[in-house]
Design a binder for this molecule. Structure first.
Ligand code: PLP
Ligand code: COI
Length: 341
């Protein structure tokens, strides 16, 4: 069991350095076999592609300690595939799914003491990423890259855990049509930094981004997709080519249909109709499902009937089922759980 002196129940979503990380380098057209290292520092040329033109993509997934004492990850194959999609869009060499899964297994096993205890509310967040390393001064892709994967124990993404948050409709855009909103590129998050600082200064927990072409449709937040529950109990989630295809959202749609017998609609969602939903939540690896109690649209409050005290009842059922699968309390669909130990 965990023997690190960490106050698991009270950690937030921050960086805690763990013992081992995985590194692989790409040079002369091939990735090397990769290795674990204790060195958390990266030394780069001053002109490295990542530093000049932000050529970097990443992923996020978690390792969980299950009720019966195993350590598992949740659908890491989908993270591996999405990293390949992200890399291709930024003209980076794909990192193979096999090597990605091997890196996940090795980092989790080597940092076993940092996997929080079952029931603590904390998990080991894993951050795989890759970036251009050689000097690039004309605007072009790098020729050499590094892939790294480290872990950090985390608690809830939003302070207050399962307490509903307040978000605002944002006037800044996150992603352009035919841009990079559908991949996990660092540049998308750089874009959102001013918007999130501004939102926090105004007293909001997050931003609701709209589609930048018409500013009428709900997209996502800076780090999670939306789910809505209709008054007659359907799950509705925005369909858009400019949002990240969330693995949590894809899993929740399946869970809603196959475990809870709900109807699921993945479709365009207009800001105009949001006031008619019964519940709203943000879903993602970091967010899990974070309930939204209120959305402020330029001074106009949209308050969900589920209120500001607790998660709505349908959101709670989805949350319990998803986390039940992740922590081994509920049988998972074939292939969703990768047992590491
Ligand atoms: N949308 C954005 C912008 C994100 O950064 C994330 C986090 O990964 C998500 C959605 C949720 O995706 P996932 O469920 O795969 O973690
Ligand atoms: C994740 O959920 O893994 C993310 O990358 C979101 C990020 C805002 C922490």
């Amino acid at each position: 069991m965990s023997n690190k002196q960490i106050d698991w129940a009270n950690i937030g979503f921050g960086y805690i350095q763990t013992d081992f990380r995985y590194v692989s380098n790409y040079k002369n057209g091939a990735w090397d076999e990769g290795t674990l290292t204790k060195d958390a520092t990266i030394v780069l040329n001053e002109c490295a592609g990542v530093l000049q033109y932000a050529q970097t993509v990443f992923e996020g997934l978690k390792a969980y300690r299950t009720e019966d004492g195993h350590i598992v990850t949740f659908r890491p194959d989908l993270n591996a595939k999405r990293l390949v999609d992200s890399a291709k869009r930024l003209e980076m060499p794909p990192f193979s799914e096999k090597q990605f899964l091997d890196a996940v297994d090795k980092v989790v096993a080597a940092n076993e003491d940092f996997v929080p205890p079952y029931g603590s509310g904390a998990t080991l967040y894993l951050r795989p990423y890759m970036f251009g390393t050689n000097p690039v001064i004309g605007v072009k892709p790098a020729d050499e890259y590094q892939f790294r994967l480290f872990g950090t124990p985390v608690g809830p993404y939003f302070k207050g855990g399962a307490k509903p948050i307040t978000i605002r409709v944002c006037d800044f855009d996150r992603a352009a049509p035919h841009g990079t909103g559908h991949i996990k590129a660092g540049l998308n998050y750089a874009m959102s930094l001013h918007a999130i600082v501004d939102a926090h200064q105004q007293g909001y927990d997050e931003n609701m981004y709209l589609d930048s072409a018409t500013r009428t449709k709900v997209e996502e937040t800076g780090g999670a997709n939306f789910i809505f529950i209709t008054k007659d109990g359907k799950l509705v989630t925005p369909k858009s080519s400019t949002i990240l295809p969330s693995i949590t959202r894809r899993s929740l749609c399946y869970v809603a249909k196959e475990y809870l017998g709900m109807e699921v609609e993945e479709r365009e969602v207009y800001l105009e109709e949001v006031k008619d939903f019964a519940e709203c939540g943000l879903c993602g690896t970091a967010a899990v499902i974070s309930p939204v109690g209120k959305i402020v649209d330029h001074g106009k409050d949209i308050c969900f009937p589920s209120g500001m005290e607790e998660m709505g009842p349908v959101t709670k059922k989805l949350y319990d089922t998803l986390t039940g699968i992740q922590m081994g309390r509920i049988e998972a669909p074939e292939g969703w759980i990768r047992v590491i130990k």
